[in-house]
Design a protein around this ligand. Structure first.
Ligand SMILES: [Zn+2]
Length: 230
């Protein structure tokens, strides 16, 4: 994919995220990476959505975060996106929002449990919650450390099977095989947070569903034995 094409795709994905209603204030950004995994294209900092164009997208080098394309500054969350791309091979698009229900779970410092088939159709298990950042991690290189704490959260979790995370006291990040897929995962994540919240209100002691049901729904759509929708 040429860089012009990637800028177009990332621009479209940012507008799609904006239209989805998941962006509160200016808290929303989408990025994408080129197929050689060298340049990350992301929304510029401080530009309103109605003034956004594909030409205003900013390209930064994966290796050092320096701007290599565009004249504007990249989103201030760019270092977090970069750490996600460096660690998660399956991520070619990354989304960050402060969407209402997913952010509520982040603040409650709770995972979004996998309680049913809607969740299992997209994510193979609970959406994990990160540990809180330390004072030092917050004061120095905050955005990089936010990325590193996300990566740490996936030490024992497969980032391809569960392409989203809740950062404690902050909000959700989601990723996917393209910028568009990452937006779709962010939208799904918000919906799952909402229905998990309602599930708990309706029955706070309901048991988790059996693993065979989760396996059935995830594995019929993902992996080598997928058959659903083929
Ligand atoms: Zn944020």
């Amino acid at each position: 994919m040429g860089s012009k094409q990637l800028k177009e795709e990332v621009y479209e994905a940012n507008m799609e995220l904006f239209r989805s209603g998941l962006v509160f204030g200016t808290f929303g950004n989408v990025s994408g990476i080129d197929e050689n995994r060298e340049v990350v294209v992301i929304k510029p900092s401080g530009v309103n959505y109605d003034e956004l164009t594909s030409e205003k997208m900013v390209g930064v080098a994966l290796k050092d975060g320096k701007v290599v394309e565009g004249t504007l500054n990249p989103s201030s969350d760019t270092p977090t996106h970069i750490e996600i791309y460096r660690a998660f091979e399956s991520a070619s698009g990354v989304v960050h929002t402060h969407s209402e229900f997913a952010t509520a779970f982040s603040q409650a410092r709770r995972p979004i449990r996998c309680m049913g088939t809607t969740h299992a159709d997209y994510f193979y298990g609970d959406i994990p919650i990160s540990r809180p950042l330390t004072e030092d991690e917050t004061i120095n290189d905050y955005e990089i450390n936010t990325g590193l704490v996300i990566v740490e959260t996936f030490n024992a979790v497969d980032s391809a099977e569960i392409p989203a995370v809740l950062v404690a006291n902050h909000g959700p990040f989601a990723w996917g095989s393209t910028a568009h897929k990452a937006v779709e995962n962010a939208m799904t994540l918000e919906y799952l947070a909402k229905i998990e919240y309602k599930t708990e209100v309706l029955n706070p002691t309901v048991p988790t569903p059996p693993q065979y049901l989760i396996d059935k729904h995830y594995l019929r759509k993902h992996g080598k034995n997928a058959y659903y929708g083929q």
